[in-house]
Design a protein. Structure first.
Lengths: 310, 174
């Protein structure tokens, strides 16, 4: 395998061919040294670091512009104050939560947070942000809480709707007379006169109060709907509670054991596009019949509507 | 070598000083442009520095190892830059039955016209075959060493050399 052919012609041809081959350039070593210098690599690395730092500064700048630094202070801690006086601190909120649009960054001055129960009934404090991260004791444990929290109160009027009525003083008692008050207000608003019926009860007593109203059966009034809403104020366990209704008639009874009275409301659609509302209350022991109401209804249905005095 | 392995400057300089001329000469014989040859020589050393751990002294000398790197870089360069050379018909070569002794005799005539004609024919050979002839006849390297440089097994390499010589003889007789 290591034999070498003489092939002298070939050898001579190659020798002549490569006889005047260029020599190694004199500056080859210099060029090699430049190529093997570590500085260029360092420069590339340095430029990469500079570029990375520039990008980071840009990101921080944009972030600071969009989200002012004031908002980030005290982030991660929020306190909720409830009407029952309990103070809860929440920690570990994410940064996105701290930047939530619900938090208003313009708020810098805040009222002091009372330690005791809120003076305003029905007031629910929903959100509290902090100005700093001073530690305070909450519920016996030391947590990060604000020295001067920013309180954003949201007042909720729970009685905006009748159906959502909540008595302020005695939540367990709802006076049946409120039903009469509501009907009286509704009649007054719709300019409907209350007609007092002189019906003598079977036992001859005179403490029975009978009142009748004749409303126009209008869509915008929706008397049946409103009466049902008012009936919903009362718990079904209220003494004497009986509620029946249909498209034609509304029937509701209650007893007020405190005043020893019983109440009855009957509303009925009658001819002429009207609704007759009959309200009566009397002592519980009084024997009250619906005869009075029926008489008055007969009177209405057989009388020209225009002759009635509203 | 240890200094080169550790990436120290003095070791690298010593290596370049010792082998640069040989590596450059090998390259410049195949690459006509000096600048290209110089660049390939630099690449050879840079590659040697970065792959110095792969060098096995038991397989070849450092010089041969550097030539192996230079050979591959040069061949890649030629493939990228040179137009492909249409090879002489192999079928014609194989059909010609001629012994080693006959070949050696024909290629050792000492006639001037044959030598000049061979110079022209060598340039017509494919890059790999021309480099093979250069390594064997001009640099006078044994086939085992050429096998290491080219990465071709010694047996097939011998056959390739025989075939190339036969090509040259056929061209001489044309």
């Amino acid at each position: 395998m290591n034999e070498r052919y003489k092939d002298t012609d070939l050898r001579e041809a190659l020798r002549r061919k490569y006889a005047d081959s260029p020599k190694l350039p004199a500056d080859f070593m210099t060029k090699m040294r430049q190529q093997t210098k570590p500085e260029p690599a360092r420069k590339v690395t340095l430029w990469r670091w500079v570029a990375a730092a520039a990008c980071l500064i840009m990101i921080i700048g944009i972030g600071t512009t969009i989200f002012p630094l004031g908002d980030t202070k005290g982030s991660g801690t929020s306190v909720s104050k409830r009407t029952d006086g309990s103070l809860t601190a929440k920690q570990g909120k994410s940064e996105s939560d701290a930047y939530s649009p619900i938090v208003r960054p313009a708020r810098t001055v805040s009222p002091p947070c009372p330690d005791s129960q809120s003076a305003l009934p029905g007031l629910v404090v929903q959100t509290v942000r902090t100005n700093d991260n001073k530690a305070s004791k909450v519920d016996g444990s030391v947590t990060k809480a604000p020295a001067q929290p920013i309180v954003e109160p949201v007042a909720v009027d729970e009685n905006l709707h009748y159906a959502a009525y909540v008595p302020a003083e005695d939540s367990t008692y709802q006076a049946p007379s409120r039903m009469d008050e509501f009907i009286a207000k509704m009649a007054d608003y719709n300019k409907v006169k209350a007609v007092t019926l002189d019906c003598i009860p079977d036992d001859g007593g005179s403490t029975v109060v009978n009142t009748a109203y004749v409303f126009e059966d209008k869509q915008e009034l929706d008397l049946f709907g409103r009466l049902l809403q008012a009936a919903c104020w009362y718990d079904s366990k209220t003494p004497g509670y009986l509620l029946t209704f249909s498209h034609q008639q509304f029937f509701f009874t209650l007893k007020d054991l405190r005043k020893n009275e019983k109440y009855l409301w009957i509303a009925e659609r009658i001819i002429g596009g009207r609704i007759l509302l009959y309200s009566t209350h009397s002592p519980i022991e009084a024997n009250v019949s619906s005869a009075c109401f029926q008489e008055y209804r007969e009177q209405l249905t057989h009388t020209n509507f225009s002759t009635l005095q509203f | 070598m240890e200094a080169v392995r550790r990436g120290r400057r003095e070791g690298q300089d010593a290596l370049v000083c010792r082998y640069a001329e040989r590596v450059f000469a090998m390259i410049v014989r195949q690459v006509s442009d000096v600048m290209d040859a110089e660049e390939l020589a630099q690449d050879t050393f840079m590659k040697a520095f970065s792959h110095i751990d792969s060098y096995d002294p038991n397989k070849a000398s450092l010089s041969t190892w550097l030539c192996r790197i230079a050979y591959r870089l040069t061949l890649d360069f030629l493939k990228r830059h040179h137009p492909p050379i249409i090879p002489i018909e192999d079928s014609e070569v194989w059909q010609t039955d001629i012994s080693d002794e006959q070949l050696e005799s024909e290629l050792s005539s000492g006639r001037e016209e044959r030598i000049q004609r061979l110079q022209e024919i060598i340039d017509e050979l494919p890059d790999e075959e021309r480099m093979l002839l250069t390594l064997h006849y001009f640099e006078d390297r044994p086939l085992t060493e050429i096998a290491y440089i080219t990465g071709i097994e010694p047996g097939p390499l011998a056959n390739r050399l025989y075939r190339t010589r036969k090509k040259l003889l056929l061209k001489l007789k044309d």
